[in-house]
Design a protein around this ligand. Structure first.
Ligand SMILES: Cc1cc2nc3c(=O)[nH]c(=O)nc-3n(C[C@H](O)[C@H](O)[C@H](O)COP(=O)(O)OP(=O)(O)OC[C@H]3O[C@@H](n4cnc5c(N)ncnc54)[C@H](O)[C@@H]3O)c2cc1C
Length: 337
């Protein structure tokens, strides 16, 4: 706690241009519209600002937690008085590399990324156009929909490894992507900064039509008019979470302001005034009831805070190519992995 207060004082003094919101209510940022104040939310203006911020935090023995659009997180009502969050909101570089691949920084939204691909006649990101997250959050989660996943389209990822204060670039094959999982969630300390997407050429009109079709499917099936964090549970092997929840008679089941969506049983929605406790209790009730009825244990897909975020740990040895800060702007040659 004392270290965090010292870090905040240093950030104000040493990085005076950085946006730093103190005691910021996370209900204003999370797609669930739930969450008390986090001690501080820092928004670096660029990658250099982010690395300088992380250096201060490391010296104070703190590890920050990165956030993108907060569309997959349940923040506690009590707040997180000992946490500093780092938003990637301003990491917005997005351009075509000379070899035709797309370079995108972590804060670029998936809708912007997929529209950019479509405008450049590049196919494969249609699945991502309706996912409300950012490149960073989606790579960490290996987000996916309608048969596509981030692992299918990404070629390499640049991340900052907090314990070593070093930038690395790794190829897709080393990201250990699995169903809603990646190397970036297997240990603390990975800050995803940017990624390169290599996509095949496609017809612009066909790509746009596919994006419209998937958008319509979403609007028809999902409760997009109410705050949520997307699918509440991961898909258990050989089953669909929504079907199991529906068969357990839980569609529409509520705890306080939290409800299993009447439109799509895989979503938990905030009907108004839901607390994190309401959501948590509802998730546990669904999990227990489905387990009693089917013997299947559902695992939440939503990230429930607080986690074990304060320690900088060593993490697995996965790093490949070191890169410099100028490399990640895309201005110099990227190394092969
Ligand atoms: C209406 C709705 C529909 C959705 N549909 C889908 C869907 O079809 N498919 C799907 O997979 N998901 C879906 N989601 C969930 C969510 O949008 C995705 O998981 C998304 O990829 C999360 O991105 P984000 O930027 O919001 O991440 P956040 O919620 O901000 O963060 C998620 C996790 O990633 C970490 N993180 C974020 N940025 C970084 C970074 N730069 N470096 C390291 N770690 C980082 C955070 O610490 C956190 O652990 C949906 C959500 C909603 C609300």
């Amino acid at each position: 706690m004392e270290n965090l207060e010292l870090a905040i004082e240093r950030i104000k003094k040493e990085l005076p241009g950085m946006k730093l919101q103190e005691n910021e209510p996370m209900s204003a940022h999370s797609s669930f519209r739930i969450g008390g104040p986090v001690r501080a939310l820092a928004t670096p203006g660029d990658v250099t600002g982010l690395t300088r911020l992380c250096a201060i935090l490391k010296e104070q023995k703190l590890a920050p937690m990165l956030v993108g659009n907060c569309t997959n997180i349940l923040f506690p009502d009590e707040g997180l008085p000992d946490l500093l969050l780092v938003s990637t909101e301003k990491l917005q570089k997005l351009f075509l590399l000379p070899d035709g691949a797309i370079y995108a920084e972590a804060g670029v939204s998936l809708s912007k990324l997929s529209s950019f691909a479509q405008a450049n006649g590049l196919a494969g990101l249609e699945f991502a156009s309706g996912i409300p997250g950012t490149v960073g959050g989606a790579l960490r989660m290996n987000a996916g929909a309608y048969g596509g996943e981030m692992k299918d389209v990404v070629e390499s990822v640049v991340y900052y490894y907090l314990p070593e204060q070093t930038l690395y670039e790794i190829s897709r094959d080393n990201c250990r992507f699995g169903y809603r999982s990646s190397i970036f969630q297997q240990a603390a300390g990975f800050a995803i900064l940017s990624a390169v997407f290599r996509l095949p050429a496609g017809d612009k009109d066909e790509i746009a039509a596919k994006m419209r079709e998937l958008g319509e499917k979403r609007r028809e099936k999902q409760p997009l008019d109410l705050p949520s964090a997307g699918s509440a549970f991961k898909r258990p092997e050989g089953h669909y979470a929504a079907q199991l929840i529906d068969e357990a008679g839980l569609k529409g089941y509520s705890v306080g302001g939290a409800q299993v969506s009447e439109k799509h049983a895989g979503f938990v929605v905030n009907k108004g005034g839901a607390t994190s406790h309401d959501v948590y209790e509802l998730l546990m009730h669904v999990r227990n009831t489905v387990h009693d009825k089917s013997g299947i244990a559902l695992e939440p897909e939503i990230i429930i805070l607080p986690p074990d975020y304060c320690l900088v740990d060593d993490g697995p040895a996965v790093h490949r190519n070191r890169v410099t800060v100028t490399d990640v702007s895309g201005e110099t040659q990227r190394g092969e992995n």
